[in-house]
Design a protein around this ligand. Structure first.
Ligand code: NOJ
Length: 728
């Protein structure tokens, strides 16, 4: 029977257009992701598959009239774009091209380096680690994710969790310091902050653990250089943060630039496939670092770009960032039998799975809402300020020069005092100068313009001393000098290695000159790496390591200088006393002769060790004890009393040592930390529940866990207690 009834026609049109009836499982949101992926792959040509494996750059064009021009150069089938713009309209226009102009309508995955904030830029990761507050760092990542996804970003290339022990390497700024456990804990916080509970939820972005792996061991701190990492060090030091991040559900991993013992990370099948994908069951995808596939040629592991593409894909790199070696060569590599279709399908499947999990097929476009409603909200600024306050580390405070007394007149001097941009750090995201509270603004607002006498004193570098005289005169009129020195933001980060970690000569000279005025000097440092302060420290009554604090830096510093908050940051990376000590870190393995082997010309100890940081109050540790529990675990406890007159937060770091084991262990290893506010005169009992399997076992050079009976030492703030693990 034939019918022309309009209602029946409409119903049948709906039924026939339904993806299920059309057999388009991949368009059916209710189908399992695996089914959607395999259905889609079964429909794709080899060329379409290869496009999914490619990522290119796109953006930086704020002119709406140029959109058409811009889009022309990007194929509708591309898998991913690094979107460097924050213009939602442009992003959506590109997405529309992918969805409407490509045969299968596969949406593009838009990625961006949202490293320590998108528009609300907060402290660099190294500073965040010094806060010892991973919950707050997670909250900041959540803010970044919400701002970024509101601007059309689906995926961030963060967190960077490369354990790094050489401050000459500029990228120490981007990670969480020298300790594997610290990096692991902050990795988990960042992943959860970015990804939320469900990647399809609004305000989330996919995370990317980078740079897998060992990049932090770049020889001599020279960026992109090779690394020699023993198997034991790889498992002990570099892998734990990645293993933790994978377990936390990170959606992607980035392969690193460095060669490892002769096999670059981007060509390293053992590390990418055998360990990451198979042993750890990582089910997301691996993206190369920028041009890292092509760079296999420079690294001497591939004769040309085609070979590089084949080697990288075989190793386990699913997506080629930037070099277009996959784009250019993968089709012919498959046609000539060098690369199998199965290998291509496996990589495409991983990439498509993330697109489905993000809900991109259902919601490819970003809703355009006014910027004022999605970035720099008051609550975002508060998070950024709290994180900056908690990240700053008080390194010295003679005669309680800090906090500043009420009514103090401050000579605020130094090239960083009125600078905005350098407070942002090496990955400023879309942070803008006008968003940033400088030190001079923050302090003037807190204590009043008339109490802040500003004089720049000198530039960041060079030899010009003409501004010294004015700075000295300004110091003469004040009660105290607050001297703001440090590194320009481009002096740390990628491709920003330095052989000297001292302040530039002109800045040191200014400090020495100000010292001659006899005024107490509070040195405030803004930098992206531990600095060598051995010559400078004697000139200062107080030193505050402010790091690169982000847009709320000036307010946070003012609160700290004035005592509105007590400093609670502690170092996540050792400050050497001399560059010749590098690498120097707290968790080295014990020396053969513990009373010998010291430097003859300088003390062997660093200037400021790992976990060091002062407060405006004092804490006393007592009653350290440990008890075995019925379930075989141990409960260690310590009482911490705030013996001063100010409320303040204290972080307790719990270390474990294993004095005799079949593989020598680091002299101390951080296994747990906790930060709590303790009101003046009060005490708090901190607890560390030691799970022997988690906290006392260690891995051998194949990554296999070993669990040995015997004595272990639990230490906290220089006190220790022994536990004994009986033979099972
Ligand atoms: C190179 C950097 O090493 C990496 O960290 C970053 O995510 C990519 N470029 C993309 O910008």
């Amino acid at each position: 029977m034939k019918t022309n009834h309009p209602i029946i026609l409409a119903i049948s049109a709906c039924l026939f257009a339904s993806p299920v009836l059309l057999g388009q499982t991949y368009r059916d949101a209710s189908a399992p992701v695996e089914d959607r992926v395999s259905d889609l792959i079964s429909r794709m040509t080899l060329e379409e598959k290869v496009w999914q494996l490619n990522q290119a750059g796109f953006g930086n064009n704020r002119n709406i009239n140029n959109i058409g021009e811009k889009l022309k150069h990007i194929p509708a089938e591309i898998g991913s774009l690094i979107y460097t713009d924050d213009d939602v309209t442009l992003r959506n226009a590109m997405q529309r091209k992918a969805v409407e102009d490509s045969r299968l309508g596969i949406p593009i995955l838009f990625g961006y380096d949202v490293i320590h904030g998108f528009r609300t830029v907060y402290p660099i990761s190294l500073a965040q680690a010094c806060s010892w507050n991973p919950d707050l760092a997670r909250e900041a990542s959540r803010v970044a994710a919400r701002e970024a996804s509101g601007a059309g970003i689906d995926w961030t290339f963060s967190p960077m969790i490369d354990v790094a022990r050489d401050p000459r390497w500029g990228r120490v700024a981007e990670g969480y310091g020298e300790d594997p456990y610290t990096n692991a804990i902050f990795a988990v916080g960042a992943v959860k902050g970015y990804q939320g509970d469900n990647l399809a939820d609004e305000g989330t972005v996919a995370a990317c653990l980078k740079h897998y792996i060992g990049y932090g061991a770049s020889e001599g701190g020279r960026d992109y250089s090779c690394t020699d990492i023993s198997d034991q060090a790889m498992w002990d030091t570099y892998m734990p943060p990645y293993q933790a991040g994978v377990k936390a559900g990170a959606a992607t991993v980035m392969s690193s630039f460095n060669d490892i013992n002769g096999i670059p990370a981007t060509a390293n099948r053992f590390l990418l496939t055998d360990v990451l994908k198979q042993r750890w069951n990582f089910d997301g995808f691996v993206v190369s670092d920028w041009n890292a596939v092509e760079q296999l040629v420079s690294q001497g592991i591939a004769a040309d770009r085609a070979a590089a593409a084949a080697v990288a894909l075989y190793a386990g790199v699913d997506m080629d960032m930037g070099s277009n070696a996959y784009g250019e060569h993968m089709v012919s590599l498959v046609e000539s039998g060098i690369v199998s279709m199965d290998a291509i399908d496996a990589s495409v499947a991983r990439i498509l799975a993330l697109k489905f999990r993000l809900g991109l097929f259902e919601h490819p476009y970003t809703t355009e809402i006014p910027e004022s409603q999605r970035v720099l909200l008051d609550s975002d600024r508060t998070t950024a300020r709290r994180l900056a306050e908690e990240s700053m580390v008080l390194l010295k405070n003679t005669d309680d020069v800090l906090p500043l007394r009420a009514g103090t007149t401050v000579a605020l001097i130094g090239p960083m005092a009125d600078n905005r941009g350098h407070l942002l750090g090496s990955w400023p995201g879309h942070g803008r100068d006008e968003d940033i509270v400088s030190v001079v603004d923050g302090l003037s607002q807190r204590i009043g313009n008339s109490k802040v006498l500003f004089s720049r004193g000198c530039d960041f570098e060079g030899t010009d001393t003409t501004l010294f005289a004015e700075a000295l005169a300004t110091a003469g009129k004040a009660d105290v000098v607050v001297l703001c020195l440090g590194e320009k933001r481009e002096w740390s980060g990628e491709n920003a290695s330095r052989a000297s970690m001292e302040l530039p000569g002109i800045q040191k000279k200014l400090l020495a000159a100000l010292n001659r005025t006899g005024k107490p000097i509070v040195l405030v440092l803004t930098n992206g790496r531990p600095l060598i302060l051995t010559d400078d420290e004697p000139y200062c009554s107080a030193i505050v390591e402010m790091w690169q604090p982000g847009i709320e830096g000036g307010n946070a510093l003012a609160a700290l200088l004035c005592g509105d908050v007590a400093p609670s940051g502690k170092l996540a990376m050792t400050f050497p006393r001399h560059v010749g000590q590098v690498p120097i870190y707290y968790n080295e393995r014990p020396r053969a002769r513990r009373d010998q082997g010291f430097y003859q010309d300088i003390p062997t100890e660093p200037l400021y060790p790992f976990a060091y940081g002062l407060s405006y109050t004092s804490f006393e540790y007592s009653d350290l004890g440990v008890e075995k529990q019925a379930d075989g675990t141990f409960r260690a406890t310590v009482r911490v009393t705030n013996t001063g007159s100010r409320d303040a937060a204290e972080t307790v770091h719990w270390f474990i040592s294993d004095p005799a084991s079949s593989i020598s262990r680091p002299a101390r290893e951080l296994k747990y930390f906790e930060k709590r506010m303790i009101p003046a005169g009060n005490s708090a009992v901190f607890v560390f529940d030691i799970d022997p399997v988690r906290d006392l076992a260690f891995v051998n050079s194949h990554g296999m866990p070993l669990f040995e009976a015997g004595a272990y030492i639990v230490s906290v703030n220089g006190q220790s207690v022994e536990i004994n693990l009986a033979k099972q």
